[in-house]
Design a protein around this ligand. Structure first.
Ligand code: SF4
Length: 109
């Protein structure tokens, strides 16, 4: 579908199931770089604002707190109880700069 320009592929959920493990690329007898094709398709879909809500949540979290997942006060206290060191401070200015340079900030629903 991608090769013949059917843009409907951008709206297919299975493209988001690829874990980018490269197993298919490693074994493809025709040398098709399937993983790279899927990555390109996902990038095109994201540019059109078509991506699972989950990714929007991750993006929002990264831009707001610097982590893909929010970390609760409970978890932070629990880390202390377990003797784990405090989490390093995130450099939100650096993240914002990277997000702007990569176009991440323009890809929102
Ligand atoms: S890289 Fe290939 S084998 Fe790995 S998850 Fe994606 S499509 Fe599947």
């Amino acid at each position: 579908m991608a090769k013949i320009g059917i843009r409907e592929i951008l709206r297919k959920d299975p493209i988001w199931l690829c874990a980018t493990c490269y197993a298919c690329t490693e074994i493809c007898p025709q040398g098709v770089k399937v993983t790279d094709v899927l990555r390109l398709i996902k990038n095109l879909a994201a540019e059109e604002g078509v991506f699972p809500d989950f990714y929007q949540t991750l993006t929002t979290n990264i831009l707001q707190v610097g982590w893909a997942n929010t970390i609760s006060a409970f978890t932070l206290r629990k880390r202390g109880v377990k003797g784990l060191p405090p989490l390093p401070k995130t450099k939100l200015d650096d993240i914002k700069t990277l997000a702007e340079a990569s176009g991440l900030t323009t890809i929102t629903k």
